[in-house]
Design a binder for this molecule. Structure first.
Ligand code: C2E
Ligand code: CA
Ligand code: CA
Ligand code: CA
Length: 276
């Protein structure tokens, strides 16, 4: 096992280099993980760019393999999507995130990543309602993070899914903006509350002459004119933070404000805050 620089040790090789044998092992272990209780969630703070108050936590799934140690979601989520395990894992993530978030102060939201495969499932609104009800979490405290990938699915079905989820009262964030292959047309009709600017634009943006700052500025202007908020992802350095602030992003998520942490630590971080 080798460290990948994010403190995650990889037993399995990253997808592209995986040997057929690694891949079969990973699949076999993944099929068992739901029964083993091998998954848990960690939460990364999203702060208001001006006040620095923590307004939200993004739920991120972790797989701690009993003998092999931590496996990164960047490695196992794509495999789970391919072998048909995402509906189960995704439902567990939703339910667990709602149950844990209800212990935080009222003003603090939880954001949950939704795979395009989940978004294409007509059962999703029922699953969301049931997760909210079981936790007694108000719908407006749940934000669903969706990638441009959902717009590759059938147009009418995607519109219907947004309408059904919106009727429940949850919020929507467009994740990893600018990294997919979609057109921008969907921004006209999809009810996003916020655009998340991918960390590939944030990283290095503060280096003089770097063109990422121009791209971030354009995304913020686009979001503003559509009445959407922006979260800059992956801010690590004071220079990146200062730049992002000057470009007018409304929210910031990155190691500079906090790494993903267990629910109890998240709760302690926002203890005492009631309103933002
Ligand atoms: P994402 O949704 O874009 O999540 C943000 C990722 O960026 C997280 O990686 C987070 O730890 C990392 N990150 C945040 N701030 C910084 C920073 O300042 N520097 C650096 N270098 N990284 C930062 P993580 O937790 O490894 O997750 C990777 C991806 O796996 C996520 O990217 C998401 O696409 C997927 N994922 C994670 N949890 C879930 C889940 O429950 N469901 C689904 N469908 N996908 C998930
Ligand atoms: Ca996300
Ligand atoms: Ca993202
Ligand atoms: Ca990403």
């Amino acid at each position: 096992a080798k460290a990948d620089g994010k403190g995650v040790h990889r037993f399995y090789q990253p997808e592209m280099h995986a040997s057929a044998k690694d891949r079969r092992l990973l699949e076999m272990d993944l099929r068992k993980v739901m029964n083993d209780g091998g998954l848990h969630l960690v939460y990364q703070p999203v702060v208001d760019a001006q006040s620095e108050a923590t307004v939200c936590f993004e739920a991120l799934v972790r797989w701690n393999h009993p003998t092999r140690g931590p496996v990164s979601p960047a490695d196992f989520i794509p495999v789970a999507e391919e072998i048909g395990l995402i509906p189960q894992i995704g439902e567990w993530v939703l339910r667990t995130a709602c149950l844990e978030a209800v212990n935080w102060p009222d003003g603090v939201r939880v954001a949950v990543n939704i795979s395009p495969i989940q978004f294409a499932n007509p059962a999703l609104p029922g699953i969301v309602m049931s997760a909210l009800a079981a936790a007694q979490l108000p719908a407006h405290r749940l934000e669903l993070e969706i990638t441009e990938g959902v717009f590759l699915n059938d147009d009418a079905a995607t519109d219907t899914m947004f309408a059904r989820l919106k009727a429940i009262g949850v919020r929507f964030a467009l994740d990893d903006f600018g990294t997919g292959y979609s057109s921008l047309g969907y921004l006209k009709k999809a009810p996003f509350n916020k655009i998340k600017i991918d960390q590939s634009f944030v990283r290095g943006a503060a280096v003089p002459g770097n063109r990422n700052a121009a791209i971030i500025r354009a995304i913020v202007a686009l979001a503003d004119s559509l009445g959407m908020e922006t979260t800059a992802e992956g801010a690590e350095t004071p220079d990146e933070l200062a730049l992002i602030r000057s470009l007018g992003c409304s929210h910031i998520q990155g190691y500079i404000f906090g790494r993903p942490m267990p629910s109890d630590e998240a709760r302690a971080r926002v203890a005492g805050s009631t309103k933002f």
